[in-house]
Design a binder for this molecule. Structure first.
Ligand code: ATP
Ligand code: MG
Length: 604
């Protein structure tokens, strides 16, 4: 991203807080005239109290004559002026500081919210590739940089420029030659900052990348701590973390070296300027071209001329890190959702549940197809059983149906309309999903069930839990439905979690039901109970159910068998198949026996 585009986006991002920003800007601008007043009392004392020059013409209309004569009055006036200037400038800094914090925090909050919203829009595949920690780092750390750019970057930069210009103007009025000497250092500073800018930016990018990687290690270990402990690999994980973090530290050191190297060069350049002014100015005083008070004034303005110059050069350096961060945050915003929604997407109330696959092919990697040329035609209310070896693409097929991603070729239709033509939110609303790995949130059981339908009453929730055969064990918990399940539901067993997700499906009451091995982590007795309740849940809904045990699939109308080549065999199940399945459903070999029969088909 080139810098101008970056600044333009930054400006765009600042739009909602622009009123506050302008007010803050005004307050910061006020600093300049106050700074200009600062050395005035000293000049008055030197030239008008100790010396005997008349009051400068500029001040005469503002100051009553009684205050300035005799000189003792003038001294009191000058001392009072010191205090008055201090009071006004302190009040100004107080207001500016409060307003600055408010504006900055507001900007960061908006930016973070925007990033978070976008992150949720991206497909799970995106986060699988990048790691969840990458998004977290960008939202938490990188996004905060926007405040430094807008508030601590832009405003001091502009006010420094204004101070610079006014100081320069004042010095020109006093002594033109001195002014020329004073600004002679500017080109040197400009060249220095240009050289360092690119270097600092690329170093900052590397630092962010490495820090985000280190955070990734923490995330990964914390989310699978049980496995790490079970294998006793804490030391290895620590080493992995320290190695990554150490690389980050080394880069930070190099960055600090470059930053402070620049500061040193800038400091020396302005010192050279000051030395030159002192040399030339002193000669001017001796030759009588300049009064002593004027030289003192110039020297004091010079400090204030160089301080914004130093500020600008250092800002250019320190902003590179923040620019690198904001670049990363914008890059995240620029990631396109893998399942885009068309501008004129169709709304969808409640679908009938007719599903058609037309030569659908898909692979996570285009070179390795998982599904090849799959065509299906499923009438509303059909129960579709899906079988196939592990890794054959059963879950993938269901993900395509719910549009977690789109087919590489072919299309999927719901009620004769391409899934891509529907509004994504409406489409997802058509499915109640019981996923292969049940996911719960760290809230109460009741809230976890309610996730399927936020407006459900407590009675609805209990009914759904009863239907899913979860009511009994939930009531046995110390706080019943109010029991918190802890992070990712770790308070519950695998089978209990599964039943909570089943209760969600009951509560959702969607026209299409997707069950990815809904009974994989419960015992045979519970499975029989769940199957009975599923029977009720499936009534009147198009159902897709993945199972390894044939018994689970015995009431299906259609059986899909996914082969390792990514092709799908479709077979309608008749009543006699159902009886056969009944007989063999008590053994693991249920699925095998059916698969076997199919393989034998050509021979029979
Ligand atoms: P199981 O019975 O074990 O649940 P499955 O039939 O549901 O298996 P899928 O999860 O659909 O299998 O996976 C199908 C293939 O796609 C597998 O070979 C897997 O390695 C691959 N795969 C799955 N998810 C991803 C992913 N996010 N990125 C890349 N490849 C993936
Ligand atoms: Mg699966």
């Amino acid at each position: 991203m080139n810098d101008w585009r970056l600044y333009r986006r930054l400006l765009h991002q600042m739009r909602p807080v622009r009123a506050r920003f302008v007010a803050l800007f005004g307050l910061e601008l006020l600093a300049t005239p106050l700074a200009l007043l600062l050395p005035l009392p000293l000049k008055l004392v030197v030239d008008n109290v100790i010396g005997s020059d008349p009051l400068p013409a500029l001040l005469q209309p503002w100051v009553p004559a009684a205050w300035t004569r005799p000189p003792s009055h003038m001294l009191i006036f000058a001392v009072g002026l010191v205090l008055a200037i201090a009071l006004v400038s302190q009040l100004r800094s107080l207001c500016a500081a409060l307003l600055r914090t408010w504006t900055a925090e507001r900007m960061v909050l908006d930016f973070r919210a925007q990033l978070f919203q976008h992150v949720q829009r991206l497909s799970p595949l995106h986060h699988d590739r990048r790691g969840a920690s990458d998004a977290a780092y960008r939202i938490e750390r990188d996004a905060a940089s926007i405040q430094y750019l807008a508030i601590d970057g832009v405003i001091p930069f502009v006010t420094a420029l204004i101070t610079l210009a006014s100081m320069f103007y004042v010095i020109v009025q006093l002594d033109r030659a001195l002014a020329l000497v004073a600004v002679a250092v500017a080109p040197a500073l400009f060249v220095l900052t240009r050289i360092y800018r690119t270097r600092l930016r690329s170093r900052s990018r590397e630092v962010k990348k490495l820090e985000s990687d280190a955070l990734g290690v923490v995330y990964e270990v914390m989310s699978s701590l049980r496995v790490v402990k079970a294998f006793g690999q804490e030391h290895r994980e620590l080493a992995r973390f320290v190695d990554t973090a150490r690389l980050g530290m080394r880069q930070r050191l190099r960055l600090a070296f470059a930053e402070n190297g620049l500061a040193l060069l800038v400091g020396m350049t302005t010192a050279a300027g000051t030395a030159a002014i002192l040399f030339v100015g002193a000669r001017h005083v001796v030759s009588g071209a300049l009064t002593l008070g004027e030289l003192l004034l110039v020297m004091s303005y010079l400090a204030q001329l160089y301080s914004p110059m130093r500020t600008i050069s250092r800002k250019v350096a320190s902003l590179q890190g923040h620019l690198a961060s904001v670049e990363r945050a914008f890059a995240l915003l620029d990631e396109h959702p893998d399942v885009p929604e068309r501008a004129d997407a169709l709304p969808l109330g409640r679908a009938r549940g007719a599903v058609r696959f037309e030569s659908v092919s898909f692979g996570y990697d285009a070179s390795e197809p998982v599904l090849r040329d799959v065509s299906l035609d499923i009438a509303p209310g059909t129960r579709v059983g899906i079988m196939g070896r592990t890794g054959s693409g059963k879950s993938t097929l269901l993900h395509l149906l719910t549009r977690f991603f789109d087919p590489l070729s072919g299309r999927i239709l719901l009620d004769d309309v391409d899934l891509r033509d529907y509004r994504v939110a409406d489409l997802r609303n058509q499915f109640a999903i019981v996923a292969q790995d049940p996911v719960l949130f760290s809230t109460s059981i009741a809230e976890n069930v309610r996730y399927a339908r936020p407006d459900a009453s407590d009675a609805d929730i209990v009914r759904a839990a009863q239907a899913a055969d979860a009511d009994r064990f939930v009531r046995a918990l110390p706080e019943g439905y109010a029991t918190p399940v802890r992070e990712r539901g770790m308070r519950l067993s695998g089978g209990e979690r599964q039943r909570i997700t089943l209760a969600r499906a009951f509560l959702k009451d969607a026209p299409i039901l997707i069950l990815d091995e809904p009974t994989s982590s419960v015992d045979v007795g519970t499975e029989a109970g769940i199957l009975k309740t599923l029977e009720r849940l499936m009534r009147g809904r198009t159902t897709f159910i993945v199972a390894h045990r044939l018994g689970t699939l015995r009431h299906c109308d259609l059986l899909l068998t996914l082969g390792d080549d990514g092709r799908v065999q479709v077979r309608e199940q008749t009543a006699s198949d159902t009886r056969h399945a009944d007989r063999s459903s008590d053994g693991e070999d249920g699925a095998l026996s059916l698969a076997g029969r199919e393989n034998d088909d050509p021979r029979s």
